[in-house]
Design a protein around this ligand. Sequence first.
Ligand SMILES: [Zn+2]
Length: 246
Amino acid sequence: MTDLVFLRDAYQTEFEATVVEINESEIALDQTCFYPTGGGQPHDTGTLTIDGTSYQVSKVRKAGDLVWHTVNLPEGEAGQTDGEAPLVGATVTAKVDWDRRHRLMRTHTAMHILCGVIWNEYGKAVTGGNMEPLTARMDFEFDPLPEGFGQRVQDLVNDEIAKDLPIVVSFLPRSTALADEDLIRTKVNLIPEFVTEIRVVDIVGLDKQADGGTHVRATGEVGSFEVVKTQSKGKGNKRVRIALHD
Ligand SMILES: [Zn+2]
């Protein structure tokens, strides 16, 4: 299985690992700092260096216990054992593209701040969302949106960013997590029962969620928050588009 280093340390971007499996142009490692697409957060990019040759990582996905890194191997080399291709058991030196990752961390944290602010101010829950580096959309259960919503929410989020609230990641036993009121609100009960340890991302004093994504250490790192647009996506579903600025 692949040890998911990013769950414990979102700031580690360089690491050594061992190739455990190769499948066409995908490489699985025994550990990784590369975030695989999931939970609304897109995968990282970066490089894997094997025997002095660097390969660009264009896609990262998790399947079962393994994280697969798609690399642009020259045709014919992928998975071959002719001495040119990365072999199972080979040591890899890896580096995550930090600019992209950090922008995604800022964006993911901004989305949680938005969730917390909207819950506190309006008592409305998030129903979905998606992000790219420095932009995102989130859907909420409003019908209709209150007057002045966009500006109000933008101001409130920027207030929380100015407070530079710490963000604490912890791992709780399932029974503890299921008894936590804040986590119940964010639907922790929907996590499959085989998950016995639940990772919690706590923007202290604002928003606590079961979450597998990567986040910054404190809200001040997010930057300046803008509500770009609000849209109706049907009854009881209103979309908020956001952007971050330095
Ligand atoms: Zn999240």
